[in-house]
Design a binder for this molecule. Structure first.
Ligand SMILES: [Zn+2]
Length: 363
């Protein structure tokens, strides 16, 4: 097969799959969300209306939302979802050392490349984040909150992930002991950590997943109390159950069986280039994820993946971007977005790919 055929044929077949999921019964697959991630300013500055690109939704970092943006988005008929950085304690832990995550040696963790996790059980940090969320909801008329950085201290976005054991602070040790009804030995923090990892490993992993789930439950409670129609989304690590020795559950603390009770929409971060994967991996992953969670069209929880558009570590061509964008709409996905708006606006080729697909899917 020539190179051109090898690109065009799968693309063509995939398009049929998106538009006509069953050959017996041709019908359009419901694509609810045609999104971009990042403030639309790079397009607005060029006087490009997002509706002309087929975009109907924007996902924007909560700190980048302002009245002017909301007004413009409203007049353009766009849905607005706020990304909410949840357990990134980068600036918080330096001012609040009591919230610093503790590793198995009893020491404060080092930053995991650019990410600095916080102890998720620190009561001051919890109140700080809940208050930020309430303020955001009061201030703007949003369509949903997308929780980001919802995992224990780690770095999964690099080709070589950083996967430390945390958090063994006194607060976490007590909470674990109470939850699991396991008495911990007396002695040093490192001694307790060693004992847990050797003698209570499964219970430790179960409790850690529960802590992460509790954050999503707390967020759900706050946002649904504010407005039951608001959606709760989750940006999350896309690894399957086995990758990196099951690190998604074991280290990050992401248990889909728990999370599907609280999350309305999952947004797997399928950054193929950044994670050193082939572009075809996106389709494989979203199909796997849809099956894993038993996602059904038109029913919550839904899946709206976020794919990679920015050139890191290598240039992503228009063809490659098209593959991952379509991959993001495979399985039972009913929406997609890409990281980032800025990367899109800098490339007429990628913008053209998005426009063709989004306009097609909006008819
Ligand atoms: Zn802790």
């Amino acid at each position: 097969m020539t190179l051109i055929r090898s690109i065009i044929l799968p693309t063509f077949l995939f398009k049929l799959a998106v538009l006509f999921p069953s050959c017996d019964k041709p019908e359009e697959k419901a694509v609810e969300i045609r999104g971009i991630y990042g403030h639309p300013k790079p397009y607005w500055d060029r006087e490009i209306k997002l509706s002309e690109l087929g975009v109907n939704s924007i996902f924007v970092h909560s700190s980048a939302i302002n009245d002017k943006m909301m007004q413009q988005a409203g007049s353009d008929g766009l849905k607005v979802f706020a990304e909410f950085p949840t357990l990134n304690g980068k600036n918080y832990v330096s001012d609040h050392p009591e919230a610093w995550a503790i590793d198995e040696t009893g020491e404060q963790v080092e930053a995991a490349s650019w990410f600095m996790g916080v102890c998720p059980n620190d009561p001051g940090f919890r109140q700080y984040r809940f208050e930020q969320l309430r303020n955001l909801l009061e201030r703007y008329d949003l369509d949903g909150i997308w929780m980001d950085y919802v995992h224990w201290h780690a770095q999964f976005e690099d080709p070589e992930p950083i996967l430390p054991e945390t958090c063994f602070c006194d607060r976490c040790l007590s909470a674990f002991s109470a939850f699991s009804e396991i008495d911990l030995p007396q002695g040093s923090t490192s001694g307790k950590a060693t004992w847990i990892l050797k003698n209570a490993n499964n219970s430790w992993r179960t409790w850690r997943c529960r802590v992460i789930y509790d954050w999503t439950a707390a967020f759900r409670s706050i946002i649904k109390k504010h407005d039951p129609e608001l959606l709760l989304g989750l940006y999350h690590c896309p690894w399957n159950d086995a990758e990196f020795d099951s690190a998604r559950m074991r280290i990050l603390g992401l248990d889909y069986e728990l999370l599907k009770q609280t999350i309305d929409v999952f947004s797997p971060m399928v950054y193929h280039g950044r994670m050193g994967r082939e572009p075809e991996w996106v389709q494989e992953n979203i199909s796997w994820f849809s099956n894993k969670l038993g996602i059904q069209q038109g029913v919550f929880p839904k899946v709206w993946p976020i794919v990679q558009a920015y050139d890191d570590p290598e240039l992503i061509s228009g063809e490659e971007f098209e593959l991952v964008l379509r991959g993001g709409l495979s399985g039972k996905s009913s929406g997609v977005m890409m990281f980032t708006t800025n990367a899109m606006a800098q490339s007429d080729e990628k913008t053209g790919v998005m426009r063709r697909l989004y306009v097609d899917l909006s008819k």
